[in-house]
Ligand binder design. Structure first.
Ligand code: C2O
Ligand code: CU
Length: 490
């Protein structure tokens, strides 16, 4: 564990100290010498949650709901969130996608000690890049209990024209997180585990380490879920999206699930992708979109076909959750048929997209190759270059260096790889160059897929995580760290 450097510590202290001088205005705004402050309180606590079926499950929530409250802040304002921990375990909050100062990143033991039961912690930072982000616990398997919500950073001036917007947060739901049933297909090798599972321990040279992020819980196999939920509700109980004919409707799609990549389709309408992980792209029309765990897409829908239409999210095993889009004045209780005609249609591939602002791609200062693997002999063993975190080789960088990461997924399962504290530029996907790189913080690689991404080291911090956003893969080794080393690149 690396303690915060003195400079980082003093920086954080100064940021927090400045808040005390401000005066409070109604509406939660505080005004100060630097920038207006948007303040929220989040209480993490056990809550009996009903996904709509009439019976409750023992969830853990922020402020009593799944998902937690939607937080909004304008680019350049200060976001202050006071976390109260009323859980029986320590917890933290990670601001997924936001390049926060290192001490605010919410990774237990790496960026802060986890907040003890009964304790509190104030997160405070200035989000400088607008977009759709989300926040979630970063301790152990807590994410699978419901501790997540959406954070929207509004731009100074909106580039998009639309009439209405909705946020849709998808999740794979576990009714009984204390007694998860292991998924027999967690490695992607159907039926092999019974035979190979027992050999795992014998064949691994490396014992699963007591990873510092797991808080010393043994690695678990991905569980069997009880279904999908959207905005906290299950299939057929999700609230309807009301639209008016002629409206341009913006949907912010977020996959907060731990293990299911999703395919999202809307009956009777095309989706126009406008933002990838909150960042503008050249608009691209599609009938179906893939949404990896941790990823976000902003899409626009032109409401030109009055009716009651299904929006569906489907997991690889066929589980699905449907939300209905109801045009004003439509009384029907029978939705149009699910978009079956489109089922065979391909989802957009990353290399078909281009960033909204063409960016020059200079020669990188360093290139690293990362091979994602694991699961074959043991579904609790996921590796990068053959090693499990915290024994993976870190990625050293110097301030302002450009490092190029070449990733390949040699395993059978998809891995949405997420970088903390930085965006990356996706240069190519499966050997195909993007006409202009897109900016993202999470990229999903399926079996034998590869991607090349550039990271500019512009956010100093001792140890920034780069990990698979399948929670079970992450805590079973599939993680590494971007480590700033002394000196500045010239
Ligand atoms: Cu969304 Cu390390 O997390
Ligand atoms: Cu993974």
């Amino acid at each position: 564990m690396t303690p915060l450097s003195r400079r980082e510590f003093l920086g954080a202290a100064a940021t927090l100290g400045a808040g005390a001088l401000r005066t409070v205005r109604p509406g939660g705004f505080l005004v100060g010498p630097r920038s207006p402050v948007r303040e929220y309180r989040l209480t993490a606590r056990p809550t009996d949650w009903d996904t709509g079926g009439g019976s409750t499950a023992p969830a853990w929530t922020y402020n009593g709901t799944v998902p937690g409250p939607e937080l909004r802040v304008r680019e350049g304002e200060t976001l202050r969130v006071v976390l109260h921990n009323e859980l029986p375990e320590p917890t933290t909050i990670h601001w997924h996608g936001v390049p926060v100062p290192f001490p605010m990143d919410g990774v237990p033991d790496l960026t802060q000690p986890a907040v003890a039961p009964g304790g509190r912690f104030t997160y405070e930072f200035v989000p400088r890049v607008s977009g759709t982000y989300w926040y979630h616990t970063h301790v152990g398997y807590q994410l699978d209990r419901g501790l997540y919500g959406v954070l929207i950073v509004e731009p100074g001036s909106e580039a998009l024209s639309y009439d209405q917007e909705y946020t849709l947060v998808f999740d794979d739901w576990l009714r009984d997180p204390d007694h998860p049933r292991p998924n027999p297909n967690a490695s992607g090798m159907m039926g092999m585990e019974g035979m190979m599972g027992g050999m795992g321990g014998m064949m691994s040279h490396e014992k699963p380490p007591a990873s510092d992020q797991s808080h010393h819980q043994p690695s678990r196999v991905e569980p069997l879920y009880d279904g999908l939920i959207v905005n906290g509700r299950g299939d057929r109980t999700a609230s309807e999206l009301r639209v008016r004919r002629g409206d341009r409707v913006r949907l912010r799609l977020v996959n907060a699930g731990s293990a299911f990549p999703l395919r999202i389709q809307v009956g009777g309408h095309e989706m126009e992708l406008t933002h990838a992980d909150g960042q503008l792209i050249v608009p691209r029309k599609t009938r179906a979109v893939a949404l990896g765990m941790g990823e976000r897409w902003d899409v626009l829908i032109e409401a030109r076909h009055p009716g009651l239409w299904p929006l569906t999210a489907t997991a690889p095993g066929g589980e699905r959750v449907t939300m209905l889009i109801r045009y004003e004045g439509v009384r029907s209780t029978r939705p149009e048929p699910a978009p079956r005609e489109a089922e065979g249609e391909e989802t957009v591939s990353y290399d078909e997209l281009s960033g909204a602002t063409p960016a020059a791609v200079p020669v990188p200062d360093r290139v690293y190759y990362l091979v994602l693997s694991g699961g074959m002999m043991d579904p609790t063993r996921w590796t990068i270059n053959g090693r499990m975190h915290p024994n993976t080789d870190p990625i050293p960088v110097r301030l302002m260096e450009r490092v190029r990461l070449r990733l390949t997924n040699m395993s059978m399962m998809p891995h949405p790889m997420h970088l903390h504290g930085h965006f990356f530029q996706l240069l190519s996907f499966n050997g195909r160059r993007l006409s202009s790189p897109i900016r993202k913080d999470t990229i999903m690689l399926g079996h034998m897929e590869g991607g090349t991404l550039d990271v500019v080291a512009d956010n100093p911090g001792a140890r920034w995580l780069f990990h698979c956003h399948n929670l079970y893969h992450h805590l079973a080794g599939m993680a590494t760290e971007l480590r700033y080393t002394g000196g500045r690149s010239t």
